[in-house]
Design a protein around this ligand. Structure first.
Ligand code: ASP
Length: 450
């Protein structure tokens, strides 16, 4: 049994939906299908999920949201018409979205999640209907009935372990099961969503639950590339990559996959293939537990901004037992996760994401460090980016750090920090955000140009 997940661009129009139905029908093992909400038809288009978010906001800010509702319904109407389905196929969608708009708004976060879930839910109903119209046995699956039980964290839910047992029963369903991505139900019965891009997570959970032969993730590119194609012209494609490598690259800005999506398949050891709905013959990129390292020790390069560094120095820090714990305890008390903690004999930096470190949080943290830890120096550097080279081969290859540093110096990129985790799958460099393009291009030239 294969689990096939189709992303937003694969659902964006009737033409795309016809392609995904042809893909489903071309392989009898593709019996569990996960779909996103209709995405962008072109670069300046708006995803249905974003239209729905606008609709919810309109209602929450006391306007009625009917104009936004009409825009979302119009997207489905166009798809229904171009698929050649009768007008009656649109009615339940229009009714469902209008009913969501009218839900009580007392808990704004839960209201927002119920609205956002409407994109995927109606997508799944529509695809099942179209497959049936084509003579194929297909069923829409309600995530609540199927047992997709999530933590009660609106917009940021996680699957609860107890879900897996019930979800496994999907194996026994007849025909093609079409499952909406992105949402499930909290134990209280309320709809909750994963973070944005979370249909990938649904697909991975289902793959683990049914012990799929492979998790196929259909998107709009032939494969994953070793570097961001908007920074590097025609980058080399990745044929095979390990979960660990992919996880490191996703962390540093590879946007192919949602970060959290690989966890369930990683634990179950299920291979993942990233494929192109518009060119399903292309072999795609395989994400596997292990791979032969071959001649290229580096599999990818990524860089992402949005970090800040808090620098602390204190004479004889190395002798002060518990200093690190007390310092990180301050971040913990403030609810700020730390990303990295490069340290020297008498100094330490704590690198955090800006999304968790606004100016008010910065003020509180600095005040506490000053009063509780009696440090000599304390400063904050904003506008930091992390550039990474990633590859399992790093472990056995001498001289990679030297080559990366030469590449940075050639591009006149100043290094603020170097960090190699003990796993030796990646090497991380702190740079200024404005240096990202130069850094990525020069690393690419060093490691991938023939
Ligand atoms: N439709 C949702 C989003 O736009 C989830 C997804 O497509 O994976 O974030």
């Amino acid at each position: 049994m294969k689990v096939a997940k189709f992303g937003g661009t694969s659902l964006a129009s009737a033409e795309q939906i016809k392609k995904i139905c042809a893909i489903i029908n071309s392989d009898p093992a593709r019996t569990l299908v996960v779909v996103s909400a209709p995405g962008k038809r072109s670069s300046d288009d708006t995803k249905v999920t974003d239209l729905l978010i606008e609709m919810a906001r309109a209602r929450l800010t006391k306007r009625d949201g009917r104009e936004e509702l009409a825009r979302a319904v119009a997207r489905y109407a166009e798809i229904v018409r171009d698929l050649g389905l009768p007008d009656s196929a649109l009615e339940p969608i229009a009714t469902d979205l209008a009913a969501r708009l009218a839900l009580p708004t007392d808990d704004e976060d839960l209201y927002m999640d119920s609205i956002k879930a409407g994109g995927e839910d109606n997508s799944a109903r529509l695809v099942a209907e179209y497959l049936r119209h084509d003579g194929v046995e297909a069923h829409y699956i309600d995530p609540g009935d199927a047992g997709m039980i999530l933590s009660d964290e609106p917009g940021n839910a996680r699957v609860l372990q107890q879900s897996y047992g019930k979800l496994r029963e999907l194996k026994e369903r007849p025909g093609i099961s079409v499952f909406p991505g992105f949402f499930g139900y909290a134990a209280s019965g309320k709809v909750v969503t994963f973070p944005r891009g979370g249909s990938d997570i649904t697909g991975a959970i289902l793959s683990a639950a049914v012990d799929a032969e492979v998790y196929e993730n259909f998107t709009d590119v032939d494969s994953v590339f070793v570097a961001n194609p908007t920074l590097v012209d025609n980058p080399v494609a990745v044929d095979e990559i390990t979960y660990r490598e992919m996880r490191e690259l996703s962390y540093a800005g590879f946007s192919v996959f949602h970060d959290e999506a690989l966890e369930p398949v990683f634990h179950a050891g299920i291979p993942v293939v990233v494929k192109n709905t518009n060119n399903p013959q292309a072999p795609g990129t395989r994400i596997v537990p292990e791979r032969g390292v071959g001649e290229r020790p580096v599999v990818g390069i990524a860089a992402t901004d949005g970090f800040s560094s808090v620098y602390i120095s204190k004479y004889l820090m190395n002798r002060e037992v518990g200093f690190g714990r007390r310092l990180l305890g301050i971040f913990e008390d403030e609810g700020i996760p730390f990303e990295h903690t490069p340290s020297g004999i008498d100094n330490m930096s704590v690198i955090v994401r800006d999304t968790h470190f606004n100016h008010a949080a910065e003020e509180r943290v600095l005040r506490r460090i000053r009063t509780e830890l009696e440090v000599d120096e304390l400063s904050v550097e904003r506008g930091l980016a992390l550039a990474m080279i990633v590859g399992e081969g790093m472990h056995h290859t001498i001289g990679l750090a030297a080559r990366a540093c030469v590449a940075f110096s050639r591009a006149a990129v100043n290094l603020e920090m170097i960090n190699q985790g003990s796993s030796e799958v990646s090497m991380m460099f702190g740079i200024k955000a404005e240096d990202i393009p130069a850094a990525v291009r020069s690393l690419y030239a060093e490691f991938f140009r023939e």
